[in-house]
Structure formats: structure tokens, C-alpha cells
Design a protein around this ligand. Structure first.
Ligand code: DC
Length: 221
């Protein structure tokens, strides 16, 4: 059984490339950020303050997150029986997820679930702590990054293409804040695992990143 861990900051293109690689090599793709987003959505709907550890820890036992795959093999996130996939991509949910994922009880609620997934099938998992905590023995670890300016530019272009109003400086500030929160939290912070291959996608196309990761996988397979 093989497992590939792809970690990196928000907006580095992890999910785009991870989906393409998983489909090319026939692995199940697990987007762990979506699981943290589902918990954040639950807490937002409850109107809880994202920094209120005590309240959130008390709510954790009633939050059940699971993953399912549709006919096309696309990951669906199920929150207490409801498919919340359409609601978790909002900016507000991502920001809340970055805050609430620092709470130990939230991380503990997802850890076993994520680990167990890698026991039964070849898996490609992306997130912040996959190579460092979730799958420390992963067959291949990739740390995918890009400069904050490039990540902000990609996000800006994506929002403009959707016809949404956006402010480049605000987007870049949000990305820098998200990096800080994800890298400076006490438990399982975002960092490159010692044995991870660094891929800086700042000057690479999606195809180039996909080929580079597949080439790394071919080396260890
Ligand atoms: O990758 P994303 O934007 O969907 O992730 C949302 C937040 O979830 C991210 O800012 C931090 C948290 N997260 C985490 O703490 N650990 C992971 N393995 C994945 C995401």
C-alpha cells in the first residue's frame, strides 16, 4: 500500500494538483482541509466564537464528519448525515477553519479517521500536517508552496473570473494571516517534514507540478 502526503500553505494549488495526480495514478484522494472546513461550518452555524476552546471541545462529540465519493469519484463531505460539500468553500468557512483547527479536540476528532483511511487503500492526502503527524511513514511526502504574492494573484484571478469583486491587497493580507495562524499554532503546525520534497510552484504550471510529483513517486515505487 502506498500513501502520498502533500502539505503546504493555503492557495499553493494542493487540491488542484492532488486531484489530477490521484486520478492519473489511481489513488483515492483525501482533502483533509475539507474535513476541518465541515467542523468550522458546524460551529459557524451554531454561532460559536472560533477561539472559545471550552465550548468547542464540549461540542466535538456531537460533530460527525465522514467522506463519501460520488459516481465521478469526487470527494463529498458529510456532516452529521448532511452533504455539506457545496457550503464549505466560502471564504468565511476557510477563515473559521484556520482558527478552529488550532483547538486540540478538533484535531483529535479527525486524526484517527484520517489515519484509518490510509490503512485500506493507496491514498493521496493533502493538508497541513499529513507528512508531519497524520502519516509520518508516508511513502512520499511533498511540501508544495509558492510565494504569498503568487498565491494571492491566483486567488484574485479566480475570483475575478467568477465576476466577484475583489481587492488584491486584502487577499494577500488574508493569505499572510492564514499562513501565520497555520504555522504558529501549538499542535501540528504547518511545516515541511524533514523527509519531504520541496516543490515551489511559483513559476510552474499545474502540468509541470503534476509531472514533478509523479516523477518523485516513480522514483520510490
Ligand atoms: O486547505 P484548506 O484551505 O481547505 O484548509 C482550511 C484550514 O483547515 C487551514 O487553514 C488549516 C486547517 N487544516 C489543518 O489544520 N490541517 C489539515 N491537515 C488541513 C487543514
Amino acid at each position: 500500500m502506498y500513501s502520498i502526503a502533500i502539505d503546504g500553505p493555503a492557495g499553493a494549488g494542493k487540491s488542484t494538483i492532488a486531484k489530477q495526480i490521484a486520478s492519473q495514478i489511481g489513488f483515492v484522494y483525501v482533502d483533509t482541509g475539507a474535513m476541518y472546513r465541515a467542523i468550522a461550518l458546524y460551529l459557524l452555524r451554531k454561532g460559536v466564537d472560533g477561539r472559545d476552546r471550552e465550548t468547542i471541545a464540549a461540542l466535538c462529540p456531537e460533530i460527525k464528519v465522514s467522506l463519501a465519493y460520488d459516481e465521478e469519484g469526487k470527494q463529498q463531505v458529510i456532516l452529521n448525515g448532511e452533504n455539506v460539500t457545496p457550503y464549505i468553500r466560502e471564504e468565511e468557512v476557510g477563515k473559521m477553519a484556520s482558527v478552529t483547527s488550532a483547538i486540540p479536540e478538533v484535531r483529535a476528532a479527525l486524526l484517527d479517521l484520517q489515519r484509518n483511511m490510509a490503512l485500506t487503500t493507496d491514498i493521496l492526502m493533502d493538508g497541513r500536517d499529513i507528512g508531519t503527524h497524520v502519516l509520518p511513514n508516508a511513502s512520499l511526502k511533498i511540501y508544495l508552496t509558492a510565494s504569498s504574492a503568487i498565491r494571492a494573484k491566483r486567488r484574485f484571478d479566480e475570483l475575478c473570473a467568477k465576476g466577484m469583486e475583489c481587492d488584491f491587497n486584502q487577499i494577500e493580507q488574508d493569505i499572510i494571516l492564514r499562513d501565520k495562524q497555520d504555522m504558529e499554532r501549538e499542535i501540528a503546525p504547518l511545516r515541511q517534514a524533514e523527509d519531504a520534497v520541496l516543490v515551489d510552484s511559483s513559476d510552474m504550471t499545474i502540468e509541470e507540478v503534476v509531472s514533478a510529483v509523479i516523477a518523485e513517486f516513480n522514483k520510490i515505487k
